[in-house]
Design a binder for this molecule. Structure first.
Ligand SMILES: Nc1ncnc2c1ncn2[C@@H]1O[C@H](COP(=O)(O)OP(=O)(O)OP(=O)(O)O)[C@@H](O)[C@H]1O
Ligand SMILES: [Mg+2]
Length: 478
């Protein structure tokens, strides 16, 4: 019995220690509404001290609350969770707080014993986003068309390529720039999606009208909704009269980046604007007509995003009018040389250097490497090298450390790069071609596995084989 008690106490202490380190406000009450756990983050959000809350009834500590509007008490009463509720309030210290709360009932053996509330603090994010919207509004209202202040700075000439697929995409994008149809741009990180979006805007008849970009990731629906659609004063505590980005981008282009991360409930509202061009500020009772060209981007395949429930199917069909798929850098190796030269020239100019190129070894390595960070990774590698190097040629030891390490490993390992004479002929193996192929397979698996620090999922993904197949092969070879 004593042991059991000690175990329970140890578990409790451990749990409390965990809850204390979490960066979200946590408030737990028992079924009578008495607080039994309250962490420092919750205390900071509420402007209270932990001691003032523990052991007291919620209503005694928060006088503005009653049985009706306290989410914790409501959950105890109904036994139903309340998920992601937007709360805006001024706390005891006069601090304006924006939080997203989730309140869950706690059941033990089917009996309701209390409730837990988890509060995520979005105050700072909200302030910053609103400041950005205000700045955009101020900037646009000055109607400033100075070139150096333009928000979209890239043009089609800035998209450097020798790859036929990318050339074709540029041509298609130029045609699409002329209309108002929605454009969906798909591509891995660093492939040049933003470059395309800006080039399209600048090539379009809207070039002298606003260009606004908004990332849809890492924002709760309620905040993003306010930013995109605007708010009217009094629609919720702390709300101001503020136009949303749709209104600010009127006559111009609105770029919604990482659309696959847009909260699903907001996607329905987006669909409506796409269909009828009407937006309604939160809390308003009038619709406003806007004329905005929408471009969206996704870094994962949009159909997979639909399958995974990240993009609503109806929205997908509505945004997939013109689809530009930018191929990953590793599939257009003919661009390596031209982009290397281009970035060296760019940095020669800004660093006042006279670098002429990369060594043969570096060149070879660039062709072998996979470039998971795509063009951006090449650009950064060259920028790094040009910071640290002396002389006029980029050598392997000027590259960022992770590339140097790979360079040295591959020098000895890359089967594909071995001199022909070093590869034994199939008939020199007991089991002929089969054994040679297995050897090559084993070597590649080993190599990628090492590069991915033993991560099976990543290795399987890069080898383009199912995880189960990889695991089977690992069992067989190693
Ligand atoms: N074809 C290209 N020619 C010249 N520069 C390029 C090209 N493609 C990409 N870049 C450069 O690479 C960097 C990354 O491009 P961009 O920001 O457009 O990528 P992205 O696809 O939007 O990436 P993310 O998904 O990470 O936002 C930028 O500095 C851009 O200028
Ligand atoms: Mg981008």
């Amino acid at each position: 019995m004593e042991n059991r008690l000690r175990e329970v106490l140890e578990n409790k202490e451990m749990l409390e220690a965990i809850l204390k380190t979490i960066d979200e406000g946590i408030h737990v009450v028992n079924k009578d509404g008495i607080t039994i756990f309250y962490n420092h983050v919750a205390a900071r959000l509420d402007g209270l001290k932990v001691e003032e809350v523990i052991g007291k009834h919620v209503i005694d500590v928060f006088p503005s609350l009653d049985q009706e509007n306290s989410t914790l008490l409501k959950v105890i009463e109904t036994g139903q969770p309340i998920i992601n509720q937007n709360q805006q309030y001024t706390n005891k210290n006069g601090l304006k707080v924006t939080a997203i709360n989730t309140t869950l009932p706690i059941y033990v053996q089917d009996k309701l014993i209390g409730a837990i509330e988890i509060a995520k603090d979005f105050t700072r994010i909200k302030e910053l986003s609103e400041r950005l919207v205000d700045l955009q509004a101020k900037y646009l209202s000055r109607n400033n068309k100075d070139d150096h202040l333009q928000q979209a700075k890239f043009h089609f000439e800035d998209i450097i390529t020798q790859n036929q697929r990318v050339e074709n995409l540029k041509k298609l994008a130029q045609k699409a720039a002329m209309s108002k149809s929605t454009i969906l741009i798909e591509g891995e990180t660093g492939t040049g999606k933003e470059l395309f979006v800006q080039a399209i805007h600048n090539y379009s008849p809207r070039a002298n009208d606003p260009f606004i970009a908004q990332n849809c990731a890492a924002m709760p629906a309620s905040l993003l909704e306010g930013i995109l659609f605007g708010t009217v004063k009094g629609s919720f505590t702390g709300a101001e009269n503020r136009p949303g980005l749709f209104e600010l981008a009127n006559n111009g282009t609105l770029f919604l980046d990482e659309i696959n991360s847009m909260p699903i409930e907001l996607q329905a509202k987006l669909l409506r604007v796409l269909q009828d061009g009407l937006v309604r500020r939160i809390g308003d009772n009038v619709n406003r007509q806007v004329n905005v060209r929408i471009i969206v981007a996704t870094n994962i395949n949009p159909l997979i995003a639909v399958e995974k429930g990240l993009i609503r199917p109806d929205l997908y069909y509505r945004i997939n009018v013109i689809h530009l798929h930018i191929p990953p850098f590793r599939e257009r190796k003919e661009d390596i040389s031209i982009l290397t030269t281009y970035f060296i020239q760019t940095f020669n100019y800004s660093f006042q250097k006279k670098v002429i190129g990369v060594s043969e070894e570096v060149q070879k390595f660039f062709y072998m490497y996979d470039w998971p960070g795509n063009v951006r990774e090449l650009k950064h590698a060259i920028e790094y090298a040009m910071n640290v190097m002396e002389g006029d040629t980029i050598q392997p030891n000027h590259l960022p450390i992770h590339l140097q390490e790979l360079f040295h490993r591959r020098q000895y390992k890359n089967v594909g790069e071995l001199e022909k004479s070093e590869i034994r002929s199939p008939w020199e193996y007991d089991n002929g071609l089969k054994e040679l192929l297995e050897e090559i397979e084993k070597d590649w698996i080993n190599r990628v596995l090492e590069e991915e620090s033993g991560n099976i999922m990543q290795t399987a993904k890069r080898l383009k084989i199912p995880r189960q197949t990889l695991q089977y092969k690992l069992g067989k070879y190693f």
